[in-house]
Design a binder for this molecule. Sequence first.
Ligand code: ATP
Length: 197
Amino acid sequence: MKIVGLTGGIGSGKTTVAGFFRDLEIPVYIADDAGKRLLNTSSKIRENVISLFGPEAYEGNSPNRKFIASKVFNNKDLLEKLNRIIHPAVEQDFKNWLQEQSADYVIYEAAILFETGSFKKCDLNILVTAPQKLRIARLQERDNSSKEEIQQRMNNQWSDEKKTKLADFTIKNEDLKETRLQVEHIHEEILKAGKNC
Ligand code: ATP
């Protein structure tokens, strides 16, 4: 089964686009959700996260997300170390999930796909883009987060220019109707390409 990576900067609309693929009955795996779930359930991850940040990182078996977020917020090195703990577990979880799917292809959605090199494990990759101003406005509305916080998170991700060069398809997510049409077009292209991609 083909694996199609789906990524985009924060607030670009990855999850919205993933929903449009789901509407076409394509199974979608959301790596960030899996990471959050595994942070709660994997004792190996818990041990490693405590080694990295200290015992305050967990309250009993539950991760102290605010504490962890505050540690990685301004520290790229710690963020990378945290990703290196969670990433292999997500990869294994995805492999298990994949075995249960039956479709022409599946979508693997991740906020950082090119940055981690995971895009190489996908047969094709889709990038979702939107103008930065729109992304900031959407996130402010969705999460009530500050402009500075959003900007800081954007700084940890590659620019769209850099990612576009590696993507097989780019979706411009401004008008939702247009976005859905782009998804339907890409869906047809993927089906047409069959095993040759
Ligand atoms: P994150 O990186 O935070 O996970 P994301 O890239 O998955 O975000 P979404 O959650 O899909 O982005 O979209 C961010 C917000 O913008 C959501 O509230 C969503 O409903 C809204 N949104 C997405 N696309 C559009 C659009 N084309 N027009 C208007 N609102 C949109």
